[in-house]
Ligand binder design. Structure first.
Ligand SMILES: Cc1ncc(COP(=O)(O)O)c(C=O)c1O
Length: 390
């Protein structure tokens, strides 16, 4: 996996002179390059960015300018998409639970494209929002290779309807007056094996032959950073062509992961039975290592001394608050900075206020200057919902 681009690395040094750590920083050129690479691989596909990967308005608005639409998974995300300027037909809302209150809220806001996730969901959406344009999510029941929490296409996952239930779900949706555009599959996230995608495409082809014709085929996201998309794309495009449908994709990680870093400073070392480097970012800022065992490469932003092997220990009072293990790094001085790479997807969006930690500053490098995408959250704002009326 490649390290930091030298221009971006130099820009990070200038950010370190102005801003306190920890902060997220994104390289706009990298996001633009990923959009370009995706479009080159899938020239005719409609791209819906999975906004849960990175919902900063400053990023969403750029994507809108490049003709990318959004995939949302909550009413809050739909509101954010509309606030960024996306139209109803440019937002696709997925998700397994849509309550009557959520559906009423969507009616007020303007109903986006909707993904149906179960028989109950199909029935409820039809009851509350008849006439909506929907896709039905299929659970292809395949043994996809990724972390258990990311394997949405396995039969044990909570997502989608099994192939044998597709007919019944379609009947419910159509009888309820929904306009079914097509079927949807999202096999999982951080998938590195093209065979998983091929197996998913084969399931979809069978279902389209059995239940088609449809207008749209949504093959989801899930592209791992090491996947050879150019090799996989012709198979997806060929499938869409054979079925005579428009191809939709929902990548999250692929578009933004490599564009983002979490910058943290080191505040000493300590030894127990392991050698730790103490840093000011932790699980409240970047949860992925703890949640998924995710491994993020780390690049020093200092010259430093002799190399040593460290675990990167965050400030939380939690044994699991280790951002990386077994890193070989030059020995830093107190206050030296590190960049935690591939943090542009599911980094800030999964950050929390655990331990009264304010959410960190987020910056975008435009190639010329740093744009503040989100201010560091004020500690005072953490108290707002607790203030009494009197
Ligand atoms: C329905 C759906 N589509 C797309 C995505 C994006 O996945 P990725 O970021 O792995 O591309 C997700 C992620 O969880 C998802 O649940």
């Amino acid at each position: 996996m490649s390290g930091l681009n030298p221009h971006f690395k130099a820009a990070l040094q200038s950010a370190l002179e102005r801003y306190e750590t920890p902060f997220y920083a994104y390289d706009l050129a990298s996001i633009q390059a990923r959009v370009g690479a995706l479009r080159a691989a899938f020239p005719k596909a409609e791209v819906f960015f999975a906004m849960k990967a990175n919902p900063r308005l400053g990023i969403l608005r750029r994507l809108l300018g490049w003709g990318v639409f959004l995939e949302a998974v909550s009413v809050g995300e739909v509101r954010r998409a509309y606030a960024a300027g996306f139209k109803r037909t440019e937002v696709l809302l997925n998700g397994p639970v849509k309550t009557p209150a959520a559906l009423a809220e969507l009616k007020e806001l303007g109903v986006p494209l909707l993904g149906l996730d179960s028989l109950a969901d199909a029935e409820r959406v039809a009851r509350h929002l008849p006439g909506s344009h929907v896709l039905l999510r299929v659970n292809p029941d395949l043994p996809v290779v990724t972390h258990d929490h990311l394997a949405t296409g396995r039969g044990e996952s909570k997502f989608g309807v099994l192939p044998q239930d597709v007919g019944q779900a379609l009947e419910i949706a159509r009888a309820g007056g929904l306009d079914v555009l097509g079927l949807h599959v999202h096999l999982g996230s951080a998938l590195e094996h093209p065979e998983d995608f091929r197996a998913g495409y084969a399931v979809m082809e069978r279902l389209y032959q059995e239940y088609g014709p449809f207008e749209v085929l949504n093959l989801g996201g899930g592209f791992g950073l090491g996947l050879d998309l150019a090799a996989l794309a012709p198979e997806a495009l060929g499938l869409a062509e054979r079925l005579g449908v428009e191809l939709w994709l929902e990548p999250g990680r692929y578009l933004v992961a490599e564009a983002g870093v979490l910058v943290t400073r080191t505040w000493g070392t300590k030894q127990t039975r392991r050698n730790f480097l103490l840093v000011d970012a932790g699980m409240s800022h970047l949860l992925r290592p703890m949640l998924y065992g995710a491994e993020h490469p780390v690049e020093p932003l200092y010259a430093g001394g002799a190399p040593q092997t460290f675990d990167l220990a965050g400030p939380a009072c939690e044994s699991g608050d280790i951002l990386a293990r077994g890193l070989t790094l030059p020995t830093p001085q107190e206050g030296d900075a590190l960049a935690i790479l591939q943090a542009g997807a599911y980094g800030s969006s999964m950050s929390s206020n655990y331990l009264d930690t304010p959410r960190p500053l987020e910056l975008l490098w435009t190639g010329e200057e740093w744009e503040v995408l989100r201010q560091r959250q004020s500690w005072e704002s953490l108290l707002l919902e607790e203030q009494s009326e009197g």
